[in-house]
Design a protein around this ligand. Structure first.
Ligand code: BEZ
Length: 229
C-alpha cells in the first residue's frame, strides 16, 4: 500500500473519521450524527455476552446524565442490527434500563478497522470463522469532531461508566475555564490553574487560587454568573 494510502493512526486531536453505517435507530452519517454535540463512541466485543450486557445496561442507565451534558452515546459491535435488537430486550430486562441510544451493526468491521477497535490479543474474542471481534474501545469526540479521549479495555474487563462521564466533565470544564483537573478529580473538587496562565492572570480569573508550588496552583472553580431576571 502506498504511504499516502496508509491509514494514519488515530490520536488525541485527530478528526474522528466519518462513516456511514446501519444502526438500531436507522442509517447514519457519523459526522451528521455528531452535529453540534459531544459523542461517546464505544465498542463491545459481542452481543449476548455477559460483561457486554452489564456494560450496555450501565451506559443506558447513565444516558440521561450524558444527555444533560450535551453528549450523545453510540455503541458498536461486529454483529447485525437484528442481533442488537434482540439483545437490547435482554439488556433492558436485566438492568431495568431503557436503552435508547443507537448501536452500530458493524458485521463487516468497516468502522472497527477505521477506529482500530479490533482485538489483536485475545484469541477467544473471535467469531465462528475465527475473525477478531472488537475490544472495549471508548472515543470521546467533541462538537468540532476532534477526538479528545481514547480508551482501550480488553474483552475480559468491563469499563467504568462513571469514569467516562468524569472525563466528559473534565474536558468540558477545561474548555470553559483555563484549568486542568487533578488525579481522581470529580465535579465540585478544586481544579488546577492551567500552566499557561501566569499568577497575575490567575489573580483576575481565580481570586481564591492557592500556590502549593510555582507549578502547582489549586483553585475552586469561579461561580457561574447568573443574569438577573
Ligand atoms: C463478555 O462480554 O463477557 C465477553 C465477551 C467476549 C469475550 C470475553 C468476554
Amino acid at each position: 500500500m502506498a504511504n499516502e494510502e496508509r491509514q494514519q493512526p488515530l490520536r488525541l486531536g485527530s478528526i474522528a473519521p466519518n462513516f456511514k453505517a446501519e444502526t438500531t435507530k436507522g442509517p447514519i452519517d457519523f459526522h451528521e450524527f455528531i452535529g453540534d454535540k459531544w459523542v461517546v463512541l464505544f465498542s463491545h466485543p459481542e452481543d449476548y455476552t455477559p460483561v457486554c450486557t452489564t456494560e450496555l445496561g450501565a451506559f443506558a442507565k447513565l444516558e440521561p446524565e450524558f444527555t444533560k451534558r450535551g453528549v450523545k452515546l453510540i455503541g458498536l459491535s461486529a454483529n447485525t442490527i437484528d442481533s442488537h435488537d434482540g439483545w437490547i430486550k435482554d439488556i433492558n430486562e436485566i438492568s431495568g434500563s431503557n436503552l435508547n441510544f443507537p448501536i452500530i451493526g458493524d458485521k463487516e468491521r468497516k468502522v472497527a478497522y477505521a477506529y482500530d477497535m479490533l482485538d489483536y490479543q485475545d484469541t477467544t474474542n473471535v467469531d465462528s470463522k475465527g475473525i477478531a471481534f472488537t475490544i472495549r474501545s471508548v472515543f470521546i469526540i467533541d462538537p468540532k469532531k476532534t477526538i479528545r479521549l481514547i480508551l482501550s479495555y480488553p474483552a475480559s474487563t468491563g469499563r467504568n461508566t462513571a469514569e467516562v462521564l468524569r472525563v466528559v466533565d473534565s474536558l468540558q470544564t477545561g474548555d470553559k475555564h483555563r484549568i486542568t483537573t487533578p488525579i481522581n478529580w470529580v465535579p465540585g473538587d478544586d481544579v488546577i490553574v492551567h500552566p499557561s496562565v501566569n499568577n497575575e492572570q490567575a489573580k483576575e480569573l481565580f481570586p481564591d487560587f492557592k500556590i502549593v508550588k510555582p507549578y502547582l496552583r489549586f483553585t475552586p472553580l469561579p461561580k457561574e454568573k447568573t443574569t438577573a431576571a
